[in-house]
Design a protein around this ligand. Structure first.
Ligand code: UD1
Ligand code: CA
Length: 466
């Protein structure tokens, strides 16, 4: 039977001490609510309702593209009250009603499916997911009698003895819809937090002698609820470890996986080597045999095969072809396209520019809004002056051009094929093919001047010492 799913996401998450609603805090680059929705997707739900409250508009925006409906819980009066906001969906459900919280991002679809399976087979009114954990603090504790669950007691309502119970409520349940609807009306808020607790439905079921079943989740990480920044960092670590392990299985070398971040949309070819402190973010792809040395961040970029990224580069929205070498300390900004075998060296910044096959810019350059042909050599310290304070203009450098060190190319300007720009030139007009462009003041050598100056200073120093 396909479940009707209710996800509780109305809380602010006070313990996060944040202005951002808890459901939107990212784990592994994605809001935690969306991780929960991905797991829910694996149960083929009949309908999914997300209960919104704090920052409802922002959460709704984050849900764009997901097949869900939303309802609003105007005041956060507790998890039981939150579920009541979805009463319409519960009444219409043809199968079981599964309730989850938005703050358990590590949950897997397989665990949800096994919960649904037990719930269906045992014909229970409630089947809840529990876990036996080392640190139960903060969770509702499972109270059992003769093996069966008789109730859940929240941390703030628990006696010292109950606080020692290591079995906790994961906050994930399957209900028979008709029972749930009735039980929600019977909840009271007489407890330490003056909230309507959803877990109180269990004691109500027992009172009515209805069946309450439980599934103990063996993977305690999976049911971890994120309530604080510390929980958040642990979840982040867990997901990164899982992703990194998968890439290693698929033939990628990670020399220090604890420091490597690989986003969920990233693709990586075989025999890629990632050194420590590498971050691959967004829609990034790396072809076979790339090597990324320590300390680089690559976002929304595509790298061909055999690309070398030397230490400490920032690469954003760029397309890099096979066998290119980038860095160390290069900054490739959006719109950079680099053709095969080109080299971008240290302290070079490239923006919205095309660099042709085999061209080189090895040292201390800014290349912005430029089209650079193939076989071009860009000397140390060359700058394209693309901005006059009002508009951006383009620089075109045709094939086989040599630009001497420290030249400035004042755009718009075109350097013709095979031309030579002398070191230190300030180019303000187009250079024809095969021409030499030079803008220097002629050099003058004054014979003996440096020698005479040195002798004068030495004599003066000697006189002072006497
Ligand atoms: C809850 C459970 C606890 C369980 C734990 C598992 C209750 C009373 N307690 O505690 O037994 O061990 O989860 O992680 O249910 N929410 C709303 N509206 C509200 C209140 C909460 O939508 O009025 C949402 C929150 O946004 C959150 C979820 O419900 O996604 C759980 O709320 P939270 O405050 O984190 O509950 P816990 O104290 O962790
Ligand atoms: Ca929680």
């Amino acid at each position: 039977m396909r479940p009707t799913v209710i996800i509780l996401a109305a809380g602010l998450g006070t313990r996060m001490k944040s202005s951002l609603a808890k459901a939107l805090h990212p784990v592994a680059g994605k809001p935690m609510l969306l991780h929960v929705l991905d797991a829910v997707g694996g149960t083929d739900p009949e309908r999914t309702v997300v209960v919104l409250g704090h920052q409802a508009d922002r959460v709704r925006q984050a849900l764009a593209g997901y097949p869900v409906e939303t309802v609003l819980q105007e005041q956060q009066l507790g998890t039981g009250h939150a579920v009541r906001q979805a009463a319409g969906a519960i009444a219409a459900a043809t199968g079981p009603v599964m309730v989850l919280c938005a703050d358990t991002p590590l949950l897997s679809a397989a665990t949800l499916r096994s919960l649904l399976d037990v719930h269906g087979k045992k014909k229970a009114a409630i089947t809840l997911l529990t876990a036996i954990v080392d640190a139960p603090q903060g969770y509702g504790r499972i109270v059992r009698s003769k093996g069966g669950v008789t109730g859940i007691v929240e941390e703030k309502d628990a006696t010292a003895k109950q606080k020692k119970i290591a079995e906790v409520n994961a906050g994930i349940y399957c209900f028979r819809g008709d029972f749930l609807l009735g039980a929600l009306g019977g909840l009271s808020n007489r407890n330490a937090q003056n909230e309507y607790y959803l877990p109180d439905t269990i004691a109500l079921a027992r009172k009515k002698k209805l069946r309450v079943e439980s599934v103990v989740c063996s993977d305690t990480d999976e049911v971890m609820g994120i309530n604080s920044r510390q929980d958040l960092s642990r979840a982040e670590r867990f997901l990164q470890d899982r992703t990194n392990a998968r890439w290693m299985r698929d033939g990628v070398t990670l020399l220090d996986p604890a420091t490597v971040f690989i986003g969920p949309e990233v693709t990586i070819g075989r025999d890629v080597v990632l050194y420590s402190h590498t971050r691959l973010e967004g829609a990034t792809s790396l072809g076979e045999g790339c090597v990324v040395y320590p300390g680089s961040r690559i976002t929304d970029s595509s790298l061909g095969s055999g690309v070398t990224v030397k230490d400490h580069c920032v690469i954003d929205q760029s397309t890099i072809s096979d066998r290119v070498s980038v860095g160390p300390f290069a900054h490739l900004r959006p719109g950079t396209v680099i053709a095969v075998n080109a080299r971008i060296g240290n302290f070079v910044e490239v923006k919205k520019s095309v660099i042709g096959e085999g061209s080189k810019a090895n040292h201390l350059s800014y290349i912005g809004d430029a089209t650079v042909g193939s076989g071009v050599n860009i000397g140390a310290g060359v700058i394209t002056c693309n901005y006059d304070g009002f508009t951006k203009s383009r620089t075109v450098i045709e094939d086989d051009v040599f630009i001497g060190s420290d030249a400035q190319l004042v755009a718009p300007v075109r350097i013709g094929k095979g031309a030579l720009v002398a070191a230190g030139a300030t180019i303000t007009r187009d250079v024809p093919p095969d021409a030499l462009a030079i803008t220097r003041v002629p050099q003058e050598n004054k014979e003996g001047v440096a020698g005479r100056r040195r002798k004068m200073l030495q004599d003066k120093k000697a006189a002072g010492n006497r």
